[in-house]
Write a protein that binds this ligand. Structure first.
Ligand code: DAH
Length: 335
């Protein structure tokens, strides 16, 4: 019986050396330790042994049982460890893709607008988002009773400090602090207490200002035509419609041909065939007085456009709030 036990151990060792996965190990366990397994069957014959032999053989068999059991466990642990590392690597599995960030559509449009004006020789300048009443309103010739000062539209910190409601105060700051000629754009965030499909409390504007002796309305037209044709395409028509702003005289609003109906008139353009995209005009002489430009040969134009508005028209987005909801399904369309 002792030699039989020895043979079991040797054949187990040999078979274990060939096991390649956990199913093989399980088969081995059944083959040697199972109810009808080789070791179990042998142990059943213990009764046939002479009584004085039983304790010794019993001990050897038990040791063999423990041995087989522990070798199987150790092999199982090694195999499952291998699975996690190189030996178990499934090279056919698709790789895990990195999630790439992308530039927000508003910043993309902003960059496109900036590049276009930089190509025309404009420099990019910035101004503060927390403004004072003087730069946001007064120096822009917006008198105290003007509706733009309405508490409902402006976020105030105090009577004299507020979140800028437009980028036009940067015009004042630049004219106060620069030598002529001035040819700048001022992009940035602006704030108004307003929220619906076409308004959000924060949005972006790009202000433009060209001040220099001899600048006239045709320069304004040329620059804004270049803007529309670069951003919306060379065939998009535009028109200048007389308007009013306290800081420009004369003032105009620029419309582009409705991209939905092609000018025939539809719901989006309110049956006019035109969509408003910006405000502009020749700098009002009253503004030059505020900033201390006294040379009467100096003239200039200014314009202000809404970046979200441009993006909405360019990509046919019908709710401005989509830009700021941070819904990746929407934003990814522009990445
Ligand atoms: N600041 C105006 C607004 O927010 C837009 C504007 C109109 C800016 C005419 C200008 C301009 O520079 O000349 O509604």
């Amino acid at each position: 019986m002792e030699s039989q036990l020895d043979a079991i151990r040797r054949s187990f060792d040999q078979e274990l050396g060939q096991a390649r996965n956990t199913e093989h190990l399980e088969k081995l366990r059944i083959k040697y330790l199972g109810r009808k397994g080789r070791l179990t069957s042998l142990l059943r014959q213990m009764g046939k042994l002479e009584p004085r032999e039983r304790p010794r053989i019993g001990k050897i068999s038990n040791e063999l049982k423990v041995y087989i059991d522990s070798r199987l466990q150790a092999a199982g642990a090694i195999l499952s460890e291998d699975k996690k590392t190189s030996a178990g690597l499934d090279v056919t599995l698709p790789g895990r893709a990195f999630r790439r960030g992308s530039i927000h559509i508003i910043n993309q449009v902003l960059a496109e607008i900036e590049d276009m004006f930089v190509d025309l020789g404009f420099s990019v300048v910035n101004g503060p988002e927390v403004e004072d009443d003087y730069h946001n309103f007064e120096a822009l010739n917006i008198p105290p009773y003007h509706p733009a000062r309405d508490m409902q539209a402006t976020f105030y910190f105090s009577e004299s400090t507020l979140l800028r409601t437009h980028t036009s105060p940067v015009q004042i700051r630049i004219m106060e602090n620069s030598q002529l000629p001035i040819r700048v754009i001022a992009p940035g965030k602006v704030y108004r207490s307003d929220s619906d499909v076409s308004h959000t409390p924060m949005f972006h504007q790009v202000e433009g200002l060209w001040v220099e002796s001899g600048i006239n309305f045709s320069h304004l037209k040329g620059v804004l035509e270049a803007f529309v044709h670069t951003i919306f395409g060379p065939d998009v028509p535009l028109r200048f419609r007389p308007s009013y702003f306290p800081f420009t005289e004369p003032s105009a609003e620029v419309d582009i041909g409705c991209f939905i109906c092609g000018g025939k008139g539809c719901r989006v353009c309110g049956n006019t065939g035109w969509l408003e995209i910006l405000g502009c005009g020749m700098v009002d002489p009253a503004v030059y007085e505020y900033v201390g430009i006294k040379d009467e040969s100096v003239t200039g134009f200014a314009f202000g456009l809404g970046v979200e508005r441009v993006a909405m028209l360019k990509y046919a987005v019908d709710d401005i709030r989509l830009f700021f909801d941070n819904d990746l399904r929407f934003l990814k369309q522009f990445s």
